[in-house]
Design a protein around this ligand. Structure first.
Ligand SMILES: Nc1nc2c(ncn2[C@@H]2O[C@H](COP(=O)(O)OP(=O)(O)OP(=O)(O)O)[C@@H](O)[C@H]2O)c(=O)[nH]1
Ligand SMILES: [Mg+2]
Length: 354
């Protein structure tokens, strides 16, 4: 799962990326250049820590999300849309984190001359909308060409034309496609088309030190999270002991970053289930609503192929009872079939036979 960190130039994308990775990519003007840095980040999860404490495994593995710092969107895509290379990068993402500058700093000029988060959110929304509108118009032209030339599947062409005309209508009213429900057949037609406003979006308000988050009325509701980007980056770059001291000094209980990582996991409609044992305690990622059969596949295709049953206990039951055998004795260890819908926090053991 990949999230693209996007935002206007100098909004703090690389700062946030460094905060996520503890890295030190240079944060200076990359204006106009298309730059992409990618990092795989652990999803902080106190449940994994608790399970690890219970089972004392050789390895503890957290769920992961990939973040990409994508510079190059500057609100000037204009009539021709976002350039090919950049669009390619954006289209590969499963969702976006839009970094919005709220911090004041006279040493960091704002391209638009002033700090105005609401304006910047609207500008980015507009850029993504416009780009989709252009992509849809191009597709409609191609479909029209096909009809004129003939020789292609006529019903398919008609169906696609109807769908893309509908998209055109929606986008023309400045509505992002993520707000629209599609049938699974339409979804299939649209996958591989990389429309940007179909992807889930999280707004990240990048605050200055000690700054309170501004109230912003969004034209298109989406999850919003705020953090002090530069401060978080500085914390992330410290050795862990120093970071702890630093946070205590500033009265920070948990880095705002952790919240953002968890929110981005939610944004992508994902959940975790766990496997436990002496060898390893591990969080696995599946979409919400996934079956036990899919969960088995997330671990290994062999487990999916040879699936017999899933042994399942909830995180709450396992931790309150204190162990697997206690859970079994109390009848809390359930045997579930392929169709069982996995719940966030389930501890799962797949029985299989190949
Ligand atoms: N005071 C203050 N400065 C910040 C904050 N976040 C970022 N900056 C500064 O703003 C400048 C731009 O930050 P970057 O993280 O490079 O922004 P960016 O969005 O990656 O910029 P481009 O890649 O050029 O588009 C740097 O000088 C940062 O030090 C913040 O929270 N407070
Ligand atoms: Mg940058």
């Amino acid at each position: 799962m990949k999230l693209g960190i996007i935002g206007l130039p100098q909004s703090g994308k690389t700062t946030i990326f460094n905060a996520l990775t503890g890295g030190d990519q240079p944060t200076n003007a990359s204006a106009g250049r298309i730059e992409v840095h990618t990092a795989v980040v652990d999803v902080p999860d106190p449940r994994v820590d608790t399970l690890s404490g219970m089972f004392n495994p050789r390895k503890t593995i957290y769920a992961k999300v990939t973040y990409a710092d994508i510079a190059g969107l500057d609100g000037s895509a204009g009539k021709s849309g976002i350039s090919g290379t950049l669009l390619n990068q954006l289209a590969q993402m499963d969702g976006f984190i839009h970094v919005v500058r709220c911090f004041d700093d006279e040493n960091v000029p704002h391209a638009a001359g002033s700090v105005d988060p609401a304006r910047d959110i609207a500008a980015m929304d507009g850029e993504l909308l416009l780009n989709d509108l252009i992509a849809v118009e191009r597709k409609l032209e191609r479909l029209q060409d096909e009809r004129r030339k003939g020789g292609t599947d006529k019903t398919l062409n008609e169906r696609q034309t109807a769908l893309f005309e509908r998209l055109h209508e929606i986008l023309s009213t400045e509505t992002p496609l993520r707000e629209v429900e599609f049938t699974s057949d339409e979804e299939k037609n649209l996958s591989g088309f990389g429309l940007l406003t179909r992807k889930p979006l999280l707004v990240l308000l990048n605050l200055g030190e000690g700054q309170a988050a501004p109230e912003i009325k969004l034209a298109h509701p989406c999850p919003v999270v705020d953090l002090q980007g530069k401060l978080e980056m500085e914390i992330a770059q410290l050795p862990p002991e120093d970071a702890q001291m630093f946070m205590e000094e500033y009265g920070i209980e948990e880095p705002g970053l952790n919240k953002m990582i968890r929110l981005s996991y939610d944004l992508l409609n994902l959940q975790s289930f766990f496997t436990v044992g002496e060898d390893e305690v591990r969080a696995w990622t599946v979409r919400r609503g996934a079956s036990a059969h899919e969960a088995a596949g997330a671990i290994h295709t062999d487990l999916q192929k040879g699936f017999i049953r899933a042994e399942v206990v909830s995180y709450e039951d396992l931790t309150s009872l204190g162990g697997m055998s206690e859970a079994r004795a109390k009848g809390k260890l359930r045997l579930e079939g392929k169709q069982y819908v996995v719940q966030d926090g389930d501890i799962v053991h797949i029985r299989f036979n190949l």
